[in-house]
Design a binder for this molecule. Structure first.
Ligand code: ZN
Length: 408
């Protein structure tokens, strides 16, 4: 048996991260990189002696082709909205900046430019299980009621969509109006063509596919559970190193070391497969596996956007009892890179915090920089991560488990 020693932990974590981010495929739910990463996770978990459950679910794969808009001043290549259906239309170009304006147009069959307030934020997917934004639901309904041949959104930046510029207005396989998007500076020139006949062509295919949610479990010697999670999926077209290869690498490293440590709590190690997906199916599958709820869960520890070189690691708390806070503070006391940080009301810890399950988030102290400049882009590469920081995260979680095991 390979000896798993904490001394070579940074190297092991680095190797895990490199492997997760290697190759051309990102890890979006249901894609080839996602399928391979989940299989690898299951393999590492069983090799480490954990019980592994693999639960399949339906999702959509999506194959985009070229997309362009032809006006009398030329051809503009546009970006394809993720999961969009295809379109081939020769129609009048319309534009709207608000729902009211959209409702006053007879936009059926037209190519519809959306800009200004109506396109200022990524629309929360309809049927997203964890929250809804009324304004976004209204916009989606107004777009569908208008019945355009396609929409082209003129967008800039939106933190909810990560650091990508421009951002897709719609990222949702439940919307059947074909959608594309362009950068604000290019899109504004299109407004000069409103009222003219344009041609819009977009190739795309939605393909029913399967993905899985892996659950790795180390049974405890006593009662109670501790859940440790990090989402294994990524946005499309990003290596997803900080979002969230580092988190998953920490889970893999943690499992390797858990093998030799008996624990009182049952430890569940969860690579959630849907944090960056419109349907969050992996999270839903896991919740469905827990019909009796989480009353025996001491804490959920979620890692996301952690390990950026040059920055400390922040731990934040959501409805944790004093005993959990104290255990965390004891576990971080000897770790210079781990500190208490501000709350971050996003990512998978909120799935539990919203239900009143005590939760903890582990993220970089430079979270704003990661979300605003790195996440969801091609620049989110493993060289940005520091394996010594990742090693301290694993050390922190092992220490936290030990502290919680020791509480009565
Ligand atoms: Zn993330």
């Amino acid at each position: 048996m390979v000896s798993i020693h904490r001394d070579n932990r940074p190297q092991r974590l680095r190797a895990h991260l490199e492997r997760l981010c290697a190759g051309l495929a990102d890890r979006h739910t249901g894609g080839t990189g996602n399928i391979a990463s989940n299989a690898h996770f299951a393999e590492v978990a069983s090799r480490a002696g954990l019980h592994v459950e693999r639960i399949g679910f339906d999702c959509f794969e999506w194959e985009p082709g070229p997309a362009y808009l032809e006006t009398d001043s030329g051809t503009l290549t546009v970006k394809r909205g993720p999961y969009s259906l295809p379109c081939k239309a020769e129609a009048t170009l319309f534009a709207a900046t608000t729902v009211e304006e959209l409702e006053s147009l007879h936009a059926e069959g037209c190519v519809l430019l959306l800009h200004g307030p109506i396109a200022s934020a990524q629309l929360t997917p309809r049927g997203y299980p964890f929250y809804a934004v009324d304004e976004h639901t209204q916009i989606l309904s107004a777009i569908e009621a208008a019945g355009p041949a396609a929409i082209i959104a003129i967008t800039g930046r939106d933190e909810m969509a990560g650091a990508i510029y421009p951002f897709p207005l719609i990222n949702d396989a439940t919307v059947d109006v074909p959608s594309a998007y362009v950068k604000d500076i290019e899109g504004t020139a299109l407004l000069a063509h409103v009222g003219e006949t344009v041609r819009f062509t977009m190739d795309a295919k939605r393909i029913p596919a399967r993905a899985e949610q892996v659950i790795a479990r180390k049974p405890g010697t006593g009662a109670g559970r501790i859940l440790v999670s990090a989402h294994i999926d990524t946005a499309r077209e990003t290596p997803g190193a900080l979002d969230n290869g580092t988190g998953v690498a920490c889970l893999l490293g943690l499992m390797e070391e858990l093998a030799s440590r008996p624990t009182r709590h049952t430890i569940e190690v969860l690579p959630f497969n849907g944090e960056d997906n419109y349907a969050a199916k992996g999270e839903l599958v896991y919740l469905a596996e827990n019909p009796d709820g989480f009353s025996n869960v001491a804490v959920v520890v979620n890692i996301d956007a952690a390990g950026l070189a040059g920055a400390a690691t922040d731990v934040s708390f959501y409805g944790c009892p004093d005993a959990v806070n104290e255990a965390a503070e004891a576990a971080m006391a000897t770790l210079a890179s781990v500190q208490v940080g501000p709350a971050w009301p996003a990512s998978d810890h909120m799935v539990f915090a919203m239900q009143g399950v005590p939760a903890m988030a582990i993220a970089s102290a430079e979270l704003t920089r990661i979300v605003g400049e790195i996440a969801h882009t091609e620049f989110d590469t493993p060289d940005l991560a520091d394996s010594a920081l990742m090693s301290d995260i694993v050390e922190f979680i092992l220490g936290l488990i030990e502290e919680l095991d020791a509480c009565a």
